[in-house]
Design a protein around this ligand. Structure first.
Ligand code: FMN
Length: 157
């Protein structure tokens, strides 16, 4: 029996709200990816600049909470916002920490409508992880949309 973990980062609360809905629909354990207070700004443009700098200088923010163990039977719903059409830096840090894991990763990403290259970017960052097709949520998603995506994830695993 697969175990589901919903790991998420949320800067402004949208992904956090979506994963609570996802948990209601598919079950699983919610694990927030936290960073130290003050890591980002309350301003979107400044946050974008901070994140670009973290990437350019290879100083991804540390995650401040421990991650539960993953094994080959775990399906990790990896959720977070789209930043510059790519994963946010806390999600990038998570990918580093789980490098070499034999779990299955199902991306879920929230955006304002332009996240076309997000999954491609995620896969390129962690070429050794097993990804299944993800779900893009722009604004909100119906329970039925989440359920049919999850049926595809289980079929693809
Ligand atoms: C730094 C930054 C960069 C963003 N870049 C994009 C983007 O490239 N495309 C897009 O559609 N939305 C972009 N957004 C909007 C967020 O992806 C969107 O509001 C998301 O749902 C926020 O989720 P959160 O509240 O969980 O952080 C960006 C937001 C921030 C803060």
């Amino acid at each position: 029996m697969a175990k589901t973990m919903i790991a998420y980062y949320s800067w402004s609360g949208i992904t956090a709200a979506v994963v609570r809905q996802v948990q209601r629909v598919i079950g699983g354990e919610l694990v927030e990816l936290s960073v130290a207070p003050g890591t980002f700004s309350a301003d979107m443009n400044q946050t974008s600049e901070i994140a670009q700098r973290q990437i350019a200088t290879d100083t991804l923010p540390e995650l401040t909470n421990p991650l539960p163990p993953l094994d080959a039977k775990t399906i990790v719903v990896l959720a977070g916002p789209v930043w510059s059409d790519a994963p946010s830096t806390p999600v990038r840090q998570f990918l580093r920490q789980v490098a070499g894991s034999s779990a299955t990763f199902a991306p879920l990403y929230t955006d304002a409508g332009s996240g076309k290259h997000y999954e491609e970017s995620l896969r390129a960052l962690a070429p050794n992880l097993a990804f299944v097709p993800g779900l893009e949520v722009t604004g909100s998603a119906a329970d039925a949309t989440i359920q049919s995506w999850w049926d595809c994830v289980l079929a693809a695993k």
